[in-house]
Write a protein that binds this ligand. Structure first.
Ligand code: AHR
Length: 506
């Protein structure tokens, strides 16, 4: 089958905010401890306890920001427990995630050191659910205030002279659930209160993100937008929050207890997963439409600060640790999400995959016995798409019908695409979601063309294929040559279940 598309390479769409390639690290299972942080384990090369192999791999993704400390954990985290000498930090119980003890050895200073090593901006979620306005306010002071003040003195006493730069500031997490079981109306008032006392010090400007909706709860978004009633008016100085979040996970299976295995699934389950993944477009478009009613100039950002696949935990692992393997199916879930993010670049300012290491749809899995690290298929999609960050989005218009297939009551479009331009180069991302049928795409490049096409493919023999310490290269990107350019016509052959990127100098 051949389909035809048009890309006007000289017609600029909105800029793709690099922060849609953001990450998320929670005190959950082995994400922090054993994932990012190994303390003084002599068997894993580290600096200050931070794993060098993980840092190096993530640096290659240009990760723009890292969200921390949760998630649900954020609303039971008390930052003062995580500063000062490690042997004096109190131990707490992580009630959300496995009921394990948290020794607070990874705290504010360790997180900011990690961000500095990664070259990523910190995105810190403050505690609204079980904290206080004063606690949050003092954390901001501790982090960002220069000069002489009680919290700046405490920071210095703990070894950090200069304030850090912290822009992204979360006002709680999932306030409708683990973050306090609040109604939207109640949370909106809390967000205004906590937002008010989260101050800007010196030239540090917080970008405050209110805890947003669960999936398609558009009423939650509407309530938060109404609370920003000063938009367009001048009588309220300042802004309680600058953005709203939303969480959307790709979950399938008949019940929450039976979400399905991450590695053992049939083709029918694969298609069901892809329908759930593609639905992120409806979710983002729905929230954006509500926001447009209150904020037509799009000054308020939409932040998808948790997304990814959520399957049953790997057999034999702690159910509270949310550890799952990652197959080619996960890679295609990621590639479809990025196409949607690029299409919604005019409203979506950030997205954070859940989570970076050892939890849910991870980039990196670390093996506690072998101490080895494995890069997942999802990691490779982030790597292949890296140059979309801060690029100008370009529309991909199809002039022939796209292939599709019925999946239950839904229809899955089995080709997904997006494109961008940056520094005089075109980057095109193409996914063929069909499990068994190849497709050929002919693209008419208008307003410019590329001389030669550099292409890379991510695919595998089976949808279930994945990487392990014993076989780390089962699903890895490879150079791809079934691409040609003739004049302004680009032809790409897409094998079944594959992700292909094509780039070239314009
Ligand atoms: O990512 C795992 C959990 O999912 C987060 O802690 C929470 O915010 C969401 O429900």
């Amino acid at each position: 089958m051949t389909i035809e598309a048009v890309i006007n390479v000289d017609l600029d769409g909105p800029r793709i905010n690099r922060h849609v390639y953001g990450h998320f690290a929670e005190h959950l299972g082995r994400c922090i401890y054993g994932g990012f942080y190994v303390g003084d384990d002599p068997d894993v090369p580290n600096v200050g306890g931070l794993r060098l192999d993980v840092v190096e791999a993530l640096r290659d993704l240009n990760i723009p920001n890292l969200r921390w400390p949760g998630g649900c954990f954020a609303d039971e985290y008390h930052w003062r427990d995580g500063v000062g000498p490690k042997d004096q930090r109190p131990v707490m119980v992580n009630t959300h995630w496995g009921g394990v003890e948290e020794n607070n050895h990874f705290g504010t200073h360790e997180f900011l050191a990690l961000c500095e090593m990664l070259g990523a901006e910190p995105y810190i979620s403050g505690n609204v659910g079980s904290g206080t306005v004063r606690e949050m306010s003092e954390w901001v002071e501790y982090l960002t205030r220069d000069g002489d003040s009680p919290m700046a003195r405490l920071r210095r006493a703990n070894g950090r002279e200069q304030p850090w730069r912290v822009r992204f500031w979360g006002l709680g997490n999932e306030a409708w659930g683990c973050g306090g079981n609040m109604t939207a109306e109640h949370y909106a008032q809390e967000a205004r209160r906590y937002g008010t006392y989260s101050r800007d010090y010196g030239d540090n400007r917080l970008y405050k993100i209110a805890a947003g909706a669960n999936g398609t709860d558009y009423a939650w978004t509407e309530t938060l937008m109404k609370q920003l009633g000063h938009l367009g008016c001048r009588h309220i100085a300042g802004t309680a929050y600058h953005a709203l979040s939303v969480h959307y996970y790709t979950v399938t299976g008949p019940t929450w207890e039976e979400k399905g295995s991450a590695t053992v699934f049939d083709t029918g389950e694969y298609y069901t997963t892809m329908v759930a993944a593609a639905r992120v477009e409806e979710v983002l478009a729905g929230h954006a439409a509500v926001m447009d009613c209150y904020d037509p100039t799009r000054s308020v950002g939409l932040v998808l600060d948790e997304w990814g696949t959520w399957f049953d935990v790997a057999r034999g692992t702690n159910p509270g640790f949310l550890y799952q393997q990652n197959t080619l199916r996960d890679a295609l879930v990621a590639s479809v999400h990025f196409d949607v993010f690029h299409r919604h670049a005019d409203r979506l300012v950030m997205a954070n995959i859940a989570q970076t290491v050892n939890v849910l749809q991870a980039m990196i899995l670390t093996d506690p016995d072998a101490k080895a690290m494995v890069l997942t298929p999802t990691y490779h999609v982030f790597r292949m798409n890296r140059d979309h960050q801060d690029a100008t989005s370009l529309r991909v218009d199809f002039r022939t019908a796209l292939p599709s297939r019925p999946v239950g009551d839904a229809t899955l479009t089995t080709v997904s695409a997006s494109a961008s331009r940056k520094d005089g180069r075109l980057l095109l991302s193409l996914s063929n979601l069909d499990a068994t049928t190849a497709v050929d795409i002919t693209i008419d490049l208008r307003g410019g063309t590329i001389g030669t096409a550099d292409a890379t493919i991510l695919t595998a023999g089976l949808l279930q294929d994945h990487n392990t310490p014993q076989a780390p290269s089962t699903v890895v990107p490879r150079p791809y040559d079934r691409v040609s350019v003739t004049g302004s016509t680009l032809r790409v052959h897409l094998p079944p279940h594959s992700f292909v990127t094509v780039s070239g100098v314009l």
